[in-house]
Design a protein around this ligand. Sequence first.
Ligand SMILES: NC(=O)c1ccc[n+]([C@@H]2O[C@H](COP(=O)([O-])OP(=O)(O)OC[C@H]3O[C@@H](n4cnc5c(N)ncnc54)[C@H](O)[C@@H]3O)[C@@H](O)[C@H]2O)c1
Length: 329
Amino acid sequence: MKEPITVSITGAAGQIGYAILFRIASGFVFGEEQPVNLRLIEIEPGLPALKGVVMELEDCAFPLLNEVVATTDLDEGFKGANWAFLIGSVPRKAGMERADLLGINGKIFTGQGQAIARSASKDVRVLVVGNPCNTNALIAMNNAEGVPNDRFFAMTRLDENRAKSQLAAKAGVHNSDVTNLCIWGNHSATQYPDFTNAKIKGRPVTEVITDRDWLEGEFIKTVQQRGAAIINARGASSAASAANAAMDTVKSLINPTPEGDWYSVAVCSDGSYGIEKGLIVSMPIRTKDDGSWEVVQGVPVNDFSREKIDATVNELKEERDAVKDLIPA
Ligand SMILES: NC(=O)c1ccc[n+]([C@@H]2O[C@H](COP(=O)([O-])OP(=O)(O)OC[C@H]3O[C@@H](n4cnc5c(N)ncnc54)[C@H](O)[C@@H]3O)[C@@H](O)[C@H]2O)c1
């Protein structure tokens, strides 16, 4: 058996936590040969529920689960972490402005970034799911002194999966026939699901789905508004699909990407595609054979795409400006 890896998860007693812990413990993400330690982080009010979740983890008797720690202490929670899933955050409540939410959640991610820098493993990688995830990741990254920027990610995979599923349904094919689907920008209603470069069975989507009005209109809107549609239907925000997308993200980051394809995750911009350096922006990413990732270069950006990308990146600049006090100079 291999040495266990350590996975830290914040908001572990929440909806997404409940949908992700058991699958990580079962080997779905890191493989059936890889034992895992789980370090589960909650705030005080979440601890009783977390104790119940830990009891259920025990009751699964998972062969790969080596150790479980439940804590409210960030240094204990991130101790030795190879992977950190930052899921916990405060949901937006009625009457709360976006700026208020940014401020409240931003403070959570300064402390978590600092604790990751102090206590996690040197090879730590961090996936931020808690919203607003791009800007939360930006704050964590800038407060994690000594941890390289290329270790921080924010999740747009749920949007990619949603977009693939919509295209597949329209074309009457299976989800797995849809490739090269990039979500650009922010995980918000300004995100741009790029149908212009996506493919179905290797052919451009625009050749397979010739209804351009649908692609430019209803398709984009459906993907952008899907989170709200789930809340309306279920009375609660998407959780199982979000957990699934978080696991898909990590699997994509640790396994080489099939030749010619890419996946979506928000990373620290290196200036590619004219996007301001240092912002956390979703782009086309691939994982190389050596396990490192890169921004896929040369993806065509037409005028339609440029306008959409600029709009979502502008929103990210505004979010960054709203939390500038939380980002050390
Ligand atoms: N990026 C995406 O695609 C995506 C998709 C779905 C949901 N989300 C976001 O994921 C987050 C979690 O969603 P959920 O449905 O699990 O919410 P939830 O309210 O069910 O659970 C959140 C948990 O986080 C805990 N928490 C709050 N602050 C914390 C802190 N400072 N440290 C540790 N734990 C803390 C809470 O006690 C709670 O148990 C939300 O911000 C949601 O908007 C993101």
